[in-house]
Design a protein around this ligand. Structure first.
Ligand SMILES: Cc1cc2nc3c(=O)[nH]c(=O)nc-3n(C[C@H](O)[C@H](O)[C@H](O)COP(=O)(O)O)c2cc1C
Length: 249
């Protein structure tokens, strides 16, 4: 069994799965149940999980892939002052210019630099050149298939919650990913499904978009270890860049 330290160290965003190696529902139930021990403000437990497999997952994949990416707009900003729809428009000079203007401040930050390095490493692993915009778009759209994962989860929470509630769901998600790791399952969180929420909402009739907002999707399954996209790992800032040990002010 993986220790917590091992699970944290091993976890990475898996972007290609073995499609026909399907995790048991009993195992997923066990992991979801265990993850619910995550802390939440006042024990509110605001997370909701739509665990999709088989025809239900296929229907969501189909709806997302048929939807017009240009019209897809997230209900919230993934990055400061950016309309989430804009980052997918790689071949439209006018929209790209507008995005650049909105992102001007963010682009000067260390956060933007880290995001850039992450993108460069991802595309390098699959031999997509910096200027190959169709190649990048093709990779982006693979999100819509949950990267071939046999299980896709849509994570929502009640619209009444503000930032703290969203953070609480994040606590659950981190716990969930580590428990998956312990069980030999890989994951990838996907903001892509927040951007494409309209297509998802049309298909999952059990969900009520009037009262629920999509936080993200999660691809879950067994990693395809042979695929080069799973061969690289992101870097992390050094501890002194974000942690301050204070004993005297
Ligand atoms: C909320 C959230 C949304 C994400 N959305 C996407 C996504 O839509 N597509 C994708 O390929 N990766 C997505 N990621 C994965 C991040 O890019 C990844 O976690 C980050 O680069 C760190 O790499 P690691 O998970 O391999 O350690 C998302 C991660 C989080 C936490």
């Amino acid at each position: 069994m993986a220790s917590v330290t091992q699970a944290v160290a091993q976890r990475y965003s898996c972007r290609d799965f073995i499609p026909d190696k399907v995790p048991d529902e009993a195992l997923l139930r066990e992991i979801l149940t265990k993850a619910s021990r995550a802390s939440s403000d006042g024990n509110t437990q605001p997370w909701r999980m739509y665990v999709l497999s088989g025809a239900a997952k296929d229907a969501v994949v189909d709806a997302v892939q048929k939807s017009n990416l240009r019209e897809a707009v997230s209900e919230y900003h993934n990055y400061p002052d950016q309309k989430a729809s804009s980052h997918i428009v790689y071949d439209d000079a006018e929209l790209t210019k507008k995005t650049n203007e909105r992102m001007q401040h963010f682009r000067k930050t260390i956060y933007s630099q880290r995001r850039k390095v992450c993108g460069e490493m991802l595309y390098k692993s699959i031999n997509v050149a910096k200027e190959d915009l169709p190649g990048k778009l093709q990779q982006l759209q693979k999100n819509g298939s949950f990267f071939n994962a046999p299980v896709g989860i849509i994570v929502t929470l009640d619209r009444m919650f503000d930032r703290c509630g969203w953070g609480n769901v994040g606590m659950y998600l981190a716990t969930f990913a580590l428990l998956c790791e312990e069980a030999g399952l890989s994951t990838c969180f996907q903001g892509y499904f927040g951007v494409n929420h309209a297509a998802v909402e049309k298909v999952i009739t059990q969900m009520d978009p009037e009262t629920e907002v999509i936080w993200c999707g999660i691809a879950v399954g067994y990693a395809n270890q042979e695929h080069p996209i799973n061969s690289w790992r992101t870097e992390r800032a050094k501890i002194d860049e974000y942690a301050h040990f204070i004993s005297k002010l």
